[in-house]
Design a protein around this ligand. Structure first.
Ligand code: ZN
Ligand code: ZN
Length: 171
């Protein structure tokens, strides 16, 4: 059963497949064809006032979803440093939401505070792998991760112990 429909914008009579599904309409399809719809979207986003609206909306979304935003930043920066990432931003954000603490010191991490904050969240590679999966990373404070750097956990713990031994009377 082939049904055709007129697109009132481009005035073409097109097969129904050329129209997106839309449950709210009588025909079950959008009134304008797919091509017209995508053109209209592009035109809409090209207008300065709409660009700003869209930018504001995405900034607001980022503020309301700091962990998702954090996760995509982490993935981008690690990819830029040459790591292979085997998880999506969404998966990392779920992982972070379920953890929320630094695996090195146990303290709560902060999302969306930026790298300048030592308590900001980052990911630590457990065995310094080049290919990252959710099984070989942990959440850590920027400061704790930087302190551990490329050492093993054992070496890092030893340095922490040495630090405590040397300075325990200072606190
Ligand atoms: Zn059309
Ligand atoms: Zn920490």
């Amino acid at each position: 059963m082939v049904q055709n429909k007129l697109c009132p914008r481009c005035k073409r009579v097109l097969p129904l497949e050329e129209f997106t599904f839309d449950k709210r309409t009588k025909t079950g399809r959008t009134s304008f064809c797919k091509k017209c719809n995508s053109k209209m979207h592009k035109e809409w986003y090209a207008k300065p006032q709409n660009k700003k609206w869209n930018y504001d909306r995405s900034q607001k979304w980022k503020q309301e979803h700091p962990i998702v935003e954090w996760a995509s930043d982490i993935i981008q920066s690690h990819k830029a440093s040459g790591y292979k990432i085997k998880f999506s931003a969404r998966a990392l954000s779920d992982f972070a939401t379920n953890n929320q603490s630094c695996w090195l010191c146990g303290g709560a991490v902060i999302f969306g505070a930026g790298r300048g904050n030592p308590l900001s969240a980052t990911i630590d590679r457990i065995f310094n792998e080049e290919i990252l999966t959710l099984a070989n990373i942990n959440l850590a404070h920027f400061a704790c991760n930087a302190g551990k750097s490329n050492s093993s956990l054992q070496e890092f713990v030893q340095r922490c112990k040495d630090t405590v031994t040397l300075h325990q009377n200072a606190a």
